[in-house]
Design a binder for this molecule. Sequence first.
Ligand code: ADP
Length: 399
Amino acid sequence: MKVLVLNCGSSSVKYALFEMQSEKKLAWGIVECIGLPESFYKRQAENCQEKKDIIKISNHTEAVELVIKELLNNIISDISEITVVGHRIVHGGNKFSKSVLATEEVKNNLKWCFSIAPLHIPAHYAGIEAVEKMLPGIPSVLVFDTAFYQTMPDYAYTYALPYKFFIEDNIRRYGFHGTSHKYVSRKAAEMLNRSLDEINLITAHLGNGSSITAIKKGEVIDTSMGFTPLEGVVMGTRCGNIDPAIIAYIIDKYPQYKDTVALNRLLNQESGLIGISGISADMRDISVAIDNGNQRASLAFEMLCYSIKKYVCAYFGILNGIDALVFTAGIGENHSAVRENICKNLDALGIEIDLQENIKCSNKERCISVKSSRTKIMVIPTNEELMIAKDAQMVLTNV
Ligand code: ADP
């Protein structure tokens, strides 16, 4: 069985074609800078060199058409080889609690979500329609980043604003990176050789955007990102948690931030590592600057680690202990100094990192705690695309 995974972002389309029995990626790629004078099409297939083209692509429909034509030319001989298409959907609001087949009713409900993720959902919708046109008769399954969080209790997802904002405006914690947290939680259970419903986990997805999730017996009970991905820990360009009164103070003092576009840019794109260091949003650049003695880079690094550590400790308490702390995504998988900083001095919680194991480079899942650590520390490379493909397969099997 082959499953095509599509991730239509605000100005890009990423794709991957999986053979499900082997869980191998047969082909994958990205169309970037959609709608700009020059778009880029990068693609790769198993055992082949990457190919790159500069090409003009006006919209997501054209991008999906391009991808499907390329697959037909080089990878598959007929569209019927694709059993199902799994679409990554960033936000399902409170309309979607699990992955679903894209029926007309589901598509109408998805339109309702346009307003909560206006950059992404229209792009996802265009992707679904392009698949209907290019792959007639092949079902689409929608896999939501927010679905994994539907098990959170109301006291964890409700903000202490006047209740009408929840009732009338659906302002609540939704959580993000759900597909990644779900994938690594399942892998962690496999590594522990335990059933997911008998273990507690804290999963730390640390990339440009980062989120920490508390998972009790397979169900999420809390997560650091909120109504939007801005809440939570210090990130590459996002400020994470700040005193909300700072926003009104800034607006009063600097009138340019009355414009919500400018204000959102400040908080989402000009803060975090880049805002503090003034150097870069990329942890690799921050590390180089630290080695060169840059104080603000050191501060940015310490702040990021400290903000993550606070969530780890809070969730440890809420879960009344955990079986494993799991690191994933660009920083979580690769940055040993971040992992060391977060885990140091947590022996009171039974979290003891093995410094030798921690610094070993690997792209495989691994355990980096000392043997005697009550809590295992794991590094698990995320694979959101495979998780989407598996969910799409599962939905189709259960129809
Ligand atoms: P996103 O998917 O959110 O854009 P990623 O998961 O790719 O982000 O993570 C990007 C972050 O991971 C960057 O801060 C980058 O510096 C860091 N990163 C990626 N590779 C490495 C590495 N080999 N060593 C240290 N940090 C890395």
